[in-house]
Design a protein around this ligand. Structure first.
Ligand code: NAG
Ligand code: NAG
Ligand code: NAG
Ligand code: NAG
Ligand code: NAG
Length: 285
């Protein structure tokens, strides 16, 4: 029996890729390829402990996907000088503590989507000065802490979709200094309120998406000062926007207002206004 398993695993490695090798550190085994991509191949770990992933010079991307982790302890990741991308999706992590990611000052992408996160410490992402892309979608937090993104100046892509947010507070991105247009995704929450200073500090936004939320009306106050390419407001419960706010609400090159509760007269007024002002406003139903 053991011989058969041994034989199968050897053929598996030969069959997968000639350039893929295994790597072991602290009793944890990874598959690694020539590009510095590491994939965990020890599967019985539930808690990532201090130092459990440490001192790997050539690790550039680490995939920790679908492992059933229930906790990541502060200090788990140490001395990984070339780590740029860390993907910890489809696990069962309920809480993100300070001290897990702060030392990863070269990391550009952090994906914590599809976990069970209901709490993130205020300082959890402090000092991640290279972080451009953070994906927190498909978790369970009910509010955004205004401190989360105050010491992550390079962010350009922020996905907070499919959580249980009811509002977007003010000044959450006020220290973001990136000159690349931002992508901000808030889809699939229960957002009924967006603070007038929610996006203060940002200038150019390529996509702001608020689809599948509970917005009832808009006056454009939170869009002030933004240059937006695509604004998406699909599947909210907006019945109308007061005509005096049209210029403030339809600021984007293209705005998708499909699947709301528009009244016929309001929709006609918006269409007329959009034509006159050379704006694209899409409404499929
Ligand atoms: C970041 O990268 C630089 C150069 O690639 C390296 O010298 C430095 O140790 C890295 N920093 C961390 C905290 O890993
Ligand atoms: C973020 O996570 C979701 C859910 O896992 C995924 O569908 C999406 O592609 C991810 N990436 C970005 C850039 O948002
Ligand atoms: C961030 O950096 C500052 C200055 O080096 C340091 O005092 C602080 O403890 C760091 N924060 C975290 C959460 O590691
Ligand atoms: C809006 O469209 C114009 C014309 O195509 C383009 O130059 C501009 O960059 C777009 N705005 C944004 C924020 O992408
Ligand atoms: C989106 O809105 C349309 C029209 O109001 C509705 O029929 C549909 O069920 C909504 N979709 C979801 C996923 O809520």
């Amino acid at each position: 029996m053991h011989k058969i398993l041994w034989f199968l695993s050897v053929t598996y490695f030969l069959a997968t890729s000639a350039t893929e090798t295994t790597f072991e550190k602290n009793g944890i085994t990874f598959k690694k390829d020539e590009d510095g991509d590491y994939v965990l191949s020890t599967h019985e770990i539930l808690v990532l402990q201090p130092g459990s992933i440490a001192d790997v010079e050539d690790m550039e991307t680490l995939y920790l996907i679908d492992e059933d982790f229930t906790d990541i302890q502060p200090g788990t990741f140490q001395n990984l000088p070339n780590l740029k991308k860390l993907i910890i999706t489809m696990n069962k992590v309920p809480k993100i503590k300070t001290g897990i990611f702060n030392c990863l000052t070269n990391l550009t992408r952090l994906d914590l989507s599809a976990n069970r996160i209901s709490h993130i410490d205020s300082n959890a992402f402090d000092n991640m000065t290279s972080l451009q892309n953070i994906n927190l979608s498909d978790n369970r937090f009910t509010s955004v802490d205004i401190h989360w993104f105050l010491l992550t100046p390079s962010l350009t892509m922020i996905n907070l979709g499919y959580n249980e947010l009811t509002e977007i507070p003010g000044n959450i991105f006020s220290n973001v200094k990136s000159t690349v247009p931002s992508i901000l995704l808030f889809d699939g929450n229960h957002i009924a309120k967006v603070d007038k200073d929610a996006f203060k500090g940002l200038k150019v936004v390529s996509t702001l998406s608020l689809d599948f939320n509970k917005l009832k009306t808009l006056n454009g106050d939170f869009l002030r000062g933004l240059e937006i390419d695509v604004l998406s407001l699909k599947n909210n419960t907006i019945e109308c926007v007061d005509e005096k706010y049209f210029a403030a609400v339809f600021v984007a090159n293209s705005t998708d207002i499909s699947d709301n509760h528009w009244t016929g007269t309001c929709l006609t007024a918006i269409e007329t206004w959009a034509k006159e002002h050379n704006k694209v406003v899409k409404c499929d139903s």
